[in-house]
Design a protein around this ligand. Structure first.
Ligand SMILES: [Zn+2]
Length: 98
């Protein structure tokens, strides 16, 4: 009987996606999942639309055009185009000593 050994792949999926029914923060009127969030099943990667502005939680993109159809279309378009990687929650930077 053979035992397959898979190494080095578990850490890539270490981020735990937020549940689909995560409550929206107060003041959020619409929320768009970004392309990155869609591809990697990370529901924390959204563009949130508030009454006065929209903001991408992944890359920081902002739009201050309110809550009209144009603002919703812009937020949706940004979410569709945004491939920004979310900042890692753990510090895995490698420091080289000189
Ligand atoms: Zn973005």
């Amino acid at each position: 009987m053979q035992t397959s050994r898979i190494t080095g792949t578990a850490s890539k999926n270490a981020r735990t996606p937020a549940p689909a029914d995560e409550p929206w923060p107060a003041g959020v009127h619409a929320r768009f999942l970004t392309t990155y969030g869609h591809l990697y099943n990370d529901r924390s990667c959204t563009v949130d639309v508030h009454s006065s502005h929209a903001e991408c939680r992944t890359c920081g993109w902002k739009n201050h055009s309110g809550l009209g159809n144009k603002a919703l279309a812009d937020a949706s378009a940004h979410a569709r185009d945004c491939m920004a990687l979310p900042r890692p929650t753990t510090n895995t930077a490698i420091h080289h000593s000189a």
